[in-house]
Design a protein around this ligand. Sequence first.
Ligand code: ATP
Ligand code: FE2
Length: 335
Amino acid sequence: MTTVLGIEGTAWNLSAAIVDEDDVIAEVTETYRPKTGGIHPREAAQHHALHASNVIERLLKEYRDKGHSPENIDAIAFSQGPGLGACLRTVATSARALALSLDVPLVGVNHCIGHVEIGRWKTPAVDPVVLYVSGGNSQVLAHRAGKYRIFGETLDIGIGNALDKFARGAGLTHPGGPKVEEYARKATNYVKMPYVVKGMDFSFSGLSTAATDSLKDNSLEDVCYSFQENAFAMLVEVTERALAHTGKSEVLLAGGVGANMRLREMLNVMCEDRGASFYVPEKRFMGDNGAMIAYTGLLMFNSGTTLPIESSHVDPSFRPDTVDVTWIIDEKEVL
Ligand code: ATP
Ligand code: FE2
């Protein structure tokens, strides 16, 4: 049995977990909550620096209290990117110190792949098309020929940031996504809005601005509803085309925006129409969490991928399709 301690801290969640092949053994999370507006990168990094040692101490205590010894830990995994540079550097520093003090190897995990792997672990999905939708990220991913390929992605901002930006302009508090969902439920009319899909990519910045403008002539409820309908239809269209293109028969939803019931409903309808299975992990594994970094680190470690400390720099724009997926044997390739 392999045991890995993983630390996530690409944005506002600082979260550390210890996992083995079977389950999450311990997890501790400290969330940075901005007093006003959205995330301030420097403040988020200061938050992580302030809480890092305390989070690790509490995690190791929980692990010991459950009857385990830190000597069992085989590797330290950390979120190497993509994310906010200052936050990533803080987390990487803690991870290096911990790897040195426990004298175990370091594993650098791509945050997007972390979302995919925890979803594959915690749902029955085996080889899904993944829709990863959060504040900073919006991507459609799937495994092919040794890599997680990006089939489509946002050309500007993530869907969550687009919702948050619009919500802030409408006087709603952060995070705006859940509030937009609530208002949308009470809508009575659809208001025409931009629908932007270019090839397999999508864009949300213009939609967010158009939604703000249309508040002049329409109710907040109707604008929230129409914003969601267009944004989610764009995401579902690209996910469906990725299914058709790859011939896969599973869809996995990941990221904080995946909490939205209307998005789930639309994906579910599309999957039912195509005879595909639709999987949503439980909430604690959908947003950013330490377990996803620890578990992906475990898969990487078990397939021989570790990171020398000298080359463990972070990468704020780390793309998932640059990672060799050494832990999945692609049967079609082998044959
Ligand atoms: P990442 O680093 O992956 O970009 P993140 O920091 O954005 O992650 P998440 O917890 O994955 O963190 O996602 C937060 C986003 O999810 C916010 O933009 C928030 O508005 C959005 N969100 C949360 N709940 C809902 C909901 N019910 N409907 C729509 N959006 C939601
Ligand atoms: Fe994320």
